[in-house]
Write a protein that binds this ligand. Structure first.
Ligand code: HEM
Length: 544
């Protein structure tokens, strides 16, 4: 028995959960072995990876925190662009190169666009209402089409004044209370969604309530936080006090009530606003308009709109916090970016960011998304048919993970990958033949055009539909922060930018660090922020 196996056995036998586990192992062993001897019906091998144990598969080797780092290492150890693993009996492949992602997610979308069944989702969102977790079916197409209709370019024009006003409001709040910058960033990005989706003002009270619910939701979905019902479905029938997750049913039921209550309240307030003409530009107004044609029920609309807060608020806020950490830790990058922003906007607070040339700022954005991707494993996809790729057999129902971390930290594509170096995206300055920006702010593809600009937003048919909205808001916010403040580590401290120690252990990961000082760059800027804030407040106060 190797050391890892020994550890698993020790854990099993010293745990109150042991007797049930051992009994079940014995009961299930026969069916597992049977299924192993039956598989694969196809003679081709499953992609390579560490050896699985009969019942656990590779679960005993899987770290509970930052598994993307282990996958990246295994991919190198086994020279495997595609790793083959088993979580219990569930086959899992991990795609570690952009070519594999292009070949499978982007080019075989009919096979690689489903989602694995996550039983905990059923406990929190009962019914097929959550677009991000739906299989690749008609319901998902309908839901996604509604979301895309809100996120396309012409519609985003309506969101622009909200983004302008909220980013100014955020800068104003940081000016008042710099030590709490994290709170202000989170509020602002959540507020943009509440105002554009429902026409409801993103006050501190409303956004705090969302993040409380969202933290619990993310906590429940974290690996190891809840019983792995997908691997051991029988755990459903075991009284929760006998498991290492006592109270898990109550916890998920409480969250279900809180989440649904919050989304319903927003839906009703938004609907009232549409009726009274206050929210006629909102996404909800559009959804209500097309509901008859599409046949959406109230509860479907409640969750479609609610999902947009989940998808768009903390994702963008976290990317912004990573930007703040990166520039605070790299003063030379910050100085150059400030010079660029000052050169373009001078004494005026940055506004129309898409209309100007800021190639260095754009390069910083791509480097932030590459250097510390907030979804290092994206969201899991699943195959809906058997497939063969490069001589390997991938059965229907396989979970397919995209290892964004491995793609973004591949030494061949990104020399010295852990260094934060925006110039790698500037074609005139970079020595590596990668897609990047010219000094005209034009994105130039110098490599295979089937390569995505960024893998931080996923790939294939499930790719992030909010990429454009997120990029616009991020670029604008970055420009305003650089224009207004110097950002540096608190006196006597250094910032921990190490992904293992300085970043949270979560599906959506951001910096743990918040010891960053914000100093307004001049008195004139401070006065202008006050003045601009009055205008921003006037725009935002029209929301109920
Ligand atoms: C920096 C900000 C963001 C990041 C890093 C991000 C990342 C992602 C990722 C990794 C996925 C999964 C893709 C896949 O399965 O391959 C996703 C899906 C999605 N995101 Fe984003 N996202 C961001 C902002 C937004 C915003 C602002 C919105 C809209 C308001 C949004 C809406 C969506 C939608 C609708 C999906 C698709 C769900 C599906 O079809 O299953 N995202 N995003």
């Amino acid at each position: 028995m190797d050391i890892q196996t020994n550890e698993v056995v020790t854990t099993i036998t010293s745990n109150p959960f042991a007797s049930i586990t051992v009994l079940s192992i014995l009961l299930l062993l026969s069916s597992t072995l049977l299924s192993f001897t039956r598989r694969p019906s196809n003679k081709l091998p499953f992609p390579p990876g560490p050896n699985p144990l009969p019942l656990l598969g590779n679960l005993h080797q899987l770290p509970l925190t930052k598994p993307f780092l282990a996958f990246t290492k295994w991919s190198r150890d086994y020279s495997a662009p595609i790793l083959g693993l088993r979580f219990g009996r569930q086959p899992v492949v991990v795609l570690n190169t952009w070519r594999a992602v292009r070949d499978l997610f982007d080019q075989r979308g009919a096979i690689y666009s489903s989602r694995p069944y996550i039983p905990m989702v059923d406990y929190v969102v009962p019914g097929p209402y959550h677009v991000a977790f739906m299989p690749h079916d008609r319901n998902w197409r309908r839901g996604r089409a509604a979301l895309v209709s809100f996120l396309k370019d012409e519609e985003l024009e309506k969101v622009r004044p909200i983004q302008q006003a909220e980013s100014t409001q955020m800068v104003f709040e940081i000016l008042q209370e710099p030590a709490a910058f994290e709170k202000h960033v989170l509020r602002a990005f959540c507020a943009v969604i509440l105002e554009s989706v429902y026409g409801v003002r993103g006050t501190r009270e409303m956004t705090d309530r969302f993040f409380e619910i969202q933290d619990e939701w993310a906590g429940i979905l974290d690996m190891g936080a809840m019983p792995p019902l997908d691997v051991f479905p029988w755990l459903r029938y075991v009284p929760s006090v006998l498991t290492p997750w006592p109270g898990w049913r109550k916890r998920s039921a409480r969250l279900a009530v809180a989440q649904r209550g919050y989304y319903k309240e927003l839906f009703e307030r938004g609907r009232k606003g549409v009726g009274e003409g206050r929210a006629k530009e909102s996404f909800l107004a559009k959804l209500l308009e097309r509901r008859e044609k599409e046949g959406f029920t109230d509860i479907e609309l409640v969750y479609i709109a609610g999902f947009l807060i989940e998808a768009g608020a903390d994702t963008t806020a976290v990317a912004s916090l990573i930007f703040i950490l990166a520039v605070a830790a790299h003063p030379d990058v910050q100085r150059r970016a400030q010079e660029e922003v000052d050169g373009v906007f001078g004494d005026q607070i940055p506004t129309d960011i898409e209309a100007v040339k800021v190639p260095y700022l754009q390069a910083i954005l791509w480097e932030v998304l590459r250097w510390r991707p907030s979804f290092p494993l994206s969201l899991p996809h699943a195959t809906s048919k058997d497939d063969i790729y490069e001589g390997y057999f991938i059965p229907a129902g396989t979970t397919a993970l995209m290892n964004t971390w491995a793609i973004n930290h591949n030494e061949e594509d990104f020399p010295n990958p852990d260094a934060f170096d925006p110039t790698r995206w500037l074609v005139e300055e970079s020595s590596s033949p990668l897609p990047g920006y010219s000094s005209d702010s034009v994105f130039v593809s110098t490599d295979d055009s089937s390569r995505r600009r960024s893998y931080a937003f996923g790939a294939g048919r499930r790719v992030c539909a909010g990429q454009e909205m997120a990029e616009r808001n991020l670029l604008l916010t970055m420009a305003k922060l650089l224009w207004a403040f110097d950002m540096r580590p608190e006196a006597g401290t250094t910032l921990d930018t190490n992904v293992e120690t300085g970043f949270k252990d979560a599906v959506l990961t951001g910096p743990k660090e918040s010891k960053i000082e914000f100093t307004v760059r001049s008195e004139a800027k401070e006065q202008l922020i006050w003045k601009e804030w009055e205008g921003a407040d006037a725009v935002l106060s029209k929301f109920g």
